[in-house]
Write a protein that binds this ligand. Structure first.
Ligand SMILES: [Fe+2]
Length: 265
């Protein structure tokens, strides 16, 4: 009998506002997020869980977190999250857990486990995994040494080949890579923050980023720029034998007005 892989959907950087009519660089982030959720509903097949990899909100408001939960409820699967630089951790943890969003940070599955870390450096755009996060990571990896591991946090631990974004990544990425080098079952690292699709391999570990559900950043560009690409999500299939399959799906078109002149966000 063949068993089906576990299907994870990663969404990221929804940047919702307290006021649902507000836009970010010409994109109504609520509308764009809803368009991606509707697309997932129709196109993503049977899903086992959803991970939101940070920047759920643009303004850290209670209303934005509540609306995210409300919208994702329709997909009828558990949702997990990590904070991004724009999120308000205090508000996030006051609102969640709320159906269907869980507060759990270690998801243990058959043959696999997923570890969710907070890379937010309070008051900063760049990220950092502090001692408590690294200790937690090590504890999870030591507890399930035979499980394939997926680690998720908001800030990229690799160069994106964009000077402005590389200044805003995970500042102690070396420490992170050093720590996980002792754990051969670390299979993949997932992150948001960079608002673009990317795949890289570091010391045998797959590193994946995902498009935002709203605005997209120009790739391979040293200065900030927007890319005229539709929003989307990443699907990840986890097979029993440790094989990971993944891809990005985008909705049909850009939501809102594409602001070519944008110089930052
Ligand atoms: Fe973001």
């Amino acid at each position: 009998m063949t068993t089906h892989p576990l299907r994870i959907i990663q969404i990221s950087d929804s940047h919702l506002f307290a006021d649902a009519s507000q836009s970010l660089l010409g994109v109504n982030t609520e509308e764009s997020f809803q368009a991606v959720v509707n697309f997932i509903k129709n196109a993503a097949g049977k899903i086992d869980l959803i991970i939101h990899s940070g920047d759920l909100s643009q303004d850290g408001s209670k209303e934005s977190y509540e609306r995210i939960a409300q919208a994702l409820k329709e997909l009828q699967v558990p949702v997990y999250y990590i904070p991004g630089n724009h999120d308000n951790v205090r508000t996030l943890t006051a609102v969640y857990p709320i159906e269907p969003v869980s507060g759990h940070k270690h998801i243990v599955l058959k043959d696999w486990h997923i570890i969710l870390l907070n890379s937010q450096k309070p008051g900063c755009v760049e990220g950092f995994l502090d001692a408590s996060q690294l200790t937690y990571l090590q504890h999870c990896l030591q507890t399930y040494p035979e499980h394939q591991a997926i680690i998720v946090f908001h800030h990229q631990p690799v160069s994106m080949g964009c000077a402005w974004l590389d200044n805003l990544g995970l500042k102690n990425a070396d420490e992170f890579w050093q720590l996980i080098s002792g754990y051969p079952k670390v299979n993949a690292v997932l992150y948001g923050h960079v608002h673009q699709e990317n795949m890289q391999m570091v010391n045998g570990v797959k590193c994946y980023s995902v498009p935002s559900t709203c605005i997209q950043f120009e790739r391979d560009c040293d200065e900030f720029g927007l890319a005229h690409l539709p929003p989307g999500y990443r699907w990840i299939d986890l097979h029993e034998d440790g094989f990971l399959e993944t891809g990005v799906q985008r909705i049909e078109k850009y939501v809102g007005h594409f602001d070519k002149s944008a110089k930052g966000y």
